[in-house]
Ligand binder design. Structure first.
Ligand code: ADP
Ligand code: MG
Length: 789
């Protein structure tokens, strides 16, 4: 007999509700999971309502100056005939365009952007490393800027000391000529990209940041050249050169910050191996990872990276999962346990059954989520974008007014300088990057600690959470339960009970079902039809034509089954010992009771207390009727027991706004969706179909508290950034309009404020356990240990 999944001989076959044999429990479990996941095509088809010939294209952008460029690019693309939808990400420097392929070509999309002076390509590889290219330019231009500043300083000093003019006038003129000559390479190297797209922006009557800066630099330079020809000693070559230098430095700093943001994604990708060892029926074979399919049996040797998500079938390994879960120490993964693609087998070797490959693996989902997070726009971000888009034309108008005002009062020269200061100080750079950088950083930090957050909007919601609810089975208690004992009614036999259980539980992912299945593994299941799960209660169906069920006392009552008193007494005894009891019944009678040992997750109590110390209302919601009696003394928070999934949702609704639900996803879908933020645990392989906003790949519940902490810090950072950007603009603007701000100071202030905002965002870190508030000491009554049978 051969295994129905991996094709290897099955000497002691195991069954899974149908009569297909499996060689090991891992193969059987994987087969059940695979049978349950809807095929990818169906999902895609459902999500994507067909739009006849709509095509999607990504355009890679370069030369973006600040967030207002995002707006300009979006507007420009939207005006191309045939374009249906446009999303532009400033952080990622990409535009995603949905367009009608019959009406527009990729060329039509790229051309108007290039005309505006942006680099626009359709292939990622062509995109050069922006930070590096900027740095090269800065290095060369910096030499000239240094000379310009030295000579200017000397000229200023002479003027201040009253030494200018007179006999050495020819020498000063010579140095001014040197200034003019030295500023030309700066203008070309740093100014050209700015000038070009600035001019393009003006021509298309959509003035952008480039236009403001180009206008300023050109005005200062042109004025100086004119003065030189006219023999007037005032020149501003230093202003023009320094201005371009400073803004380019600012842009370089930003580009570097963004590159660091991308590192998280790159690091994930870099750890996926390219080859795998497949245990084929004719022995081990080296195959490419692209050829690995779910159901294959792979060998992972010591030191190798795991090529796909799957379950260990034989052997064991110390697996370093730091990449996916942020867990620093390797974990021993043995038979039946999950291993994830990209993690490294440090020691030992094992065989695994593949469950998910490529983009469907946990790492694949992580990469996708991170990518998507960059596209989605949170409400705060949208507001900042709107303000930024209004500020650019506003700045031009204000500068023009300032110019007119000062021209009357103090002449063209002063008026030009003051108008220039106004232009520079109103640059909405800091405002544009304040929010997205902080949110992006928070998402990146969370993902490197095994916490996947759907988008920046979720971070904003997390910061406002007031009450936290935990599911019990599989969440507060560990994922794996263990069957401890069984009592059988005299009317039947243990064999028959297990045959019923195996049939009914075959398809369920509930932790109780998984434990029961493991216990019933060697039993051939009976034929079953009309299998139906009753969320929060159990499962039922027709076994051998008889109505049968497995579940809690509520289900027994619903099935109007009699509970023999022997079973009730037995169940009470096990409840006292802290075990969970489920009943198995058919023909209107409970025929057996099974006791399962339930263990708290290692950090459950500390996680609950830490959340309370953060000022949150915390409680546990459970579908298990005996949960309150069994757990209320052992947990530092209230336990609400015996709730149907419906009642859980009602509890969430009653709590008002700011709810967070943590569940294992076994039947918590409605509650996860009803909460403002739904956090799902241990769904590494089912990320795609989850109703949750946050997925925990780590099994530490403490991550929830850390996440709330991080979200609050992010909100604080965003507010600080916006307040700073706003205050700096308001103060600087009044000074500039009043003629009290030299353009150089305005440029410096602009760079400093962008740098401040960037540095502030980069400061966000995942809170370490030691930085979380210390929970108060809570006395927890020790329970008698559950004896092993
Ligand atoms: P919780 O809310 O504590 O996570 P659930 O709502 O998932 O609990 O389940 C409540 C109870 O219903 C369980 O304690 C168990 O007794 C029973 N139950 C749920 N699903 C199953 C199943 N597939 N097989 C047997 N019993 C089940
Ligand atoms: Mg549960």
């Amino acid at each position: 007999m051969t295994c129905a999944l991996c094709g290897l001989p099955a000497r002691d076959p195991l069954y899974n509700g149908d009569d297909r044999p499996y060689c090991c429990p891992s193969c059987r479990d994987v087969a059940a999971l695979l049978a349950d996941t809807p095929p990818e095509d169906e999902l895609e088809g459902a999500a994507d309502t067909p739009t006849t010939s709509a095509d999607e294209m990504t355009i890679y952008l370069g030369n973006l100056w600040c967030a207002s460029c995002t707006w300009l690019i979006g507007e420009t693309l939207r005006r191309v005939p045939g374009v249906l939808d446009v999303q532009v990400s400033f952080v990622r420097r990409q535009a995603r365009v949905l367009f009608d392929a019959n009406r527009a070509s990729s060329h039509d999309l790229v051309r108007p952007l290039r005309r505006l002076g942006y680099q626009a390509t359709t292939i990622a590889e062509e995109q050069m490393n922006e930070a590096e290219a900027l740095f090269e330019r800065l290095l060369v231009a910096g030499v000239f800027v240094m000379h310009i500043m030295l000579i200017s300083a000397m000229l200023y000093a002479r003027e201040l000391l009253g030494m200018s003019g007179g006999e050495s006038r020819w020498l000063e003129d010579f140095f001014r000529l040197m200034l003019l000559l030295a500023s030309v390479p700066v203008l070309v190297l740093l100014g050209w990209p700015v000038l070009r797209s600035g001019a393009a922006g003006l021509l298309s009557r959509q003035p952008n940041m480039h236009a403001l800066i180009a206008l300023g630099a050109l005005a200062a330079w042109g004025l100086s050249a004119r003065n030189m020809l006219a023999g007037v000693p005032h020149v501003y070559f230093d202003t023009a050169a320094m201005l371009l230098f400073l803004v380019t430095v600012g842009r370089w700093l930003e580009a570097r910050a963004q590159e660091r943001g991308e590192e998280a994604i790159e690091r994930l990708r870099a750890h996926l191996p390219t080859a795998a060892t497949w245990i084929s029926p004719d022995g081990p074979k080296q195959v490419s990872v692209d050829d690995v399919r779910p159901g294959m049996r792979l060998l992972v040797r010591s030191g190798e990276h795991v090529p796909a998500d799957g379950v260990v079938a034989s052997g064991a390994g110390e697996v370093d999962e730091s990449l996916v879960t942020g867990e620093p120490l390797p974990r021993l993964r043995g038979v039946g346990e999950m291993v994830l693609a990209g993690t490294r087998n440090v020691e030992g070797h094992f065989e695994m059954i593949v469950q998910a490959v490529g983009p469907k693996t946990a790492v694949g989902h992580m990469v996708r989520l991170l990518h998507e997070a960059l596209w989605s726009r949170s409400p705060a971000q949208r507001l900042a974008d709107h303000v930024a888009a209004v500020l650019v034309p506003g700045a031009v108008v204000l500068a023009a007014l300032t110019f007119l005002l000062w021209q009357r009062a103090a002449g063209t020269e002063v008026a030009l300088m003051n108008a220039l200061s106004v232009l520079l100080i109103t640059c909405p750079c800091a405002l544009g990057i304040a929010t997205p950088l902080a949110l992006w950083r928070a998402l990146g930090e969370a993902s490197t600690h095994g916490v996947l957050v759907r988008d920046g909007g979720v971070i904003e919601q997390l910061a406002g959470v007031r009450s936290v609810f935990f599911d019990k089975t599989g969440t507060i208690t560990g994922q794996s339960l263990e069957v401890q004992d069984l009592i059988v009614d005299p009317t039947t036999s243990a064999r028959e009970v297990w045959a019923h259980v195996a049939a009914l539980e075959a398809m369920s992912h509930h932790p109780v079902a998984e434990a029961l299945r493991r216990a019933a593994a060697t039993t051939l299941p009976l034929p079953v039809t009309d299998r139906e799960s009753v969320p929060g209660s159990g499962v039922r169906g027709a076994v051998n034509g008889r109505r049968a069920w497995v579940g809690n006392a509520r289900l027994a009552a619903e099935e109007r089954a009699t509970l023999p008193s022997a079973l009730i007494t037995w169940a009470d005894q096990w409840h006292q010992k802290g075990a969970l009891v489920v009943y198995v019944g058919w023909d209107r009678r409970a025929r057996a009771a099974v006791a399962l040992a339930e263990r708290l997750r290692a950090d459950a109590v500390s996680a609950l207390s830490t959340l309370r110390a953060l000022g949150l209302q915390v409680s546990v919601l459970s579908g298990d009727p005996s949960a309150e009696a069994r757990w209320k003394d052992r947990l530092p928070v209230p336990v609400h027991a015996g709730l149907t999934p419906h009642e859980k949702v009602a509890h969430l609704r009653a709590a008002g706004p700011g709810t967070l639900m943590v569940g294992d996803g076994a039947n918590d879908g409605p509650a996860l969706a009803a909460a403002d933020v739904g956090v799902a645990l241990g769904q590494a392989t089912d990320v795609a179909h989850s109703a949750a906003d946050v997925i925990l790949l780590t099994d530490r519940l403490n991550a929830v508290a850390a996440l709330v902490r991080l979200a609050r810090a992010t909100r604080r950072t965003v507010r600080q950034n916006l307040a700073w950007a706003f205050a700096y603009n308001a103060v600087g603007l009044s000074l500039a309009v009043a003629g009290q701000l030299h353009p150089l100071w305005a440029a410096l202030a602009m760079v400093l404020s962008s740098t401040f905002v960037t540095a502030n965002a980069m400061h966000l870190r995942w809170p370490t356990t030691s930085s979380l508030p210390l929970p108060q000491v809570i006395k927890v009554r020790e329970r008698e240990r559950i004896p092993t049978p």
